[in-house]
Ligand binder design. Structure first.
Ligand code: 5GP
Length: 182
């Protein structure tokens, strides 16, 4: 069973949804005079952006990018390839980049460079999880942050290990024997 693979739950479904309501309230207040475009990164941020957009009280537009990161199953090397670009033009728009987790910050830095080059009116980051202990790029405009996470590899609520465990409703840590066996 899926849940038997989990050693420890870090953030329960209820904790995630409570925090998400707070983030959504802040975003709704800050962008009250605008119609922001939420740009989300597939696939990790899928559940987060789906719940976040339903919790905000302002009209928002939604678009997706997909990337692949080169590196091992548990860390990125910072080399990123864009495999799906946005459908929308972002010039002059208020863009909020919605991320699942920011670890070294290299992926977010790449995405910001790509988006900034298109001249948005504003560009900020909302991340569900922030692993500051491993940060390399420390100049990211993170305006909204769900939870700080310890330096552990986490799965669930969109986050995968070898493409599995995204469908866990909470965020947790895998049992070492599950990682060792794959
Ligand atoms: P960064 O470029 O900030 O080092 O890495 C960001 C990406 O690495 C995330 O979007 C995610 O795909 C992956 N990542 C980093 N830490 C974790 C983690 O603890 N769990 C999972 N599932 N992915 C992670």
């Amino acid at each position: 069973m899926l849940h038997d693979h989990i050693e420890r739950v870090l953030f329960s479904e209820a904790q995630i949804h409570a925090r998400l309501e707070e983030l959504a309230a802040a975003i709704s207040a800050d962008y009250a005079q605008t119609t922001p475009l939420l740009v989300s990164v597939l696939k990790g941020a899928l559940y987060f952006v789906a719940d976040l957009t339903r919790a905000v009280s302002i009209p928002v537009a939604l678009d997706f990018m997909a990337i692949t990161s080169y590196g091992s199953a548990q860390a990125t090397s910072g080399a990123v390839r864009l495999i799906k670009d946005l459908d929308e033009e972002i010039s002059g728009r208020h863009v909020l980049l919605v991320e699942d987790i920011i670890d070294t910050g290299l992926t977010a830095a790449y995405l910001l460079r790509t988006l900034r080059a298109r001249d948005p009116a504003s560009l900020r980051i909302c991340t569900l999880l922030d692993k500051t202990a491993r940060r390399i790029v420390d100049t990211l405009p993170i305006s909204y942050r769900g939870f700080e996470v310890p330096d552990m590899f986490v799965v669930g609520y969109g986050l995968d290990y070898r493409q599995l465990y995204r469908n866990l409703p909470y965020i947790g840590v895998l049992k070492p024997e599950v990682v060792a066996a794959t």
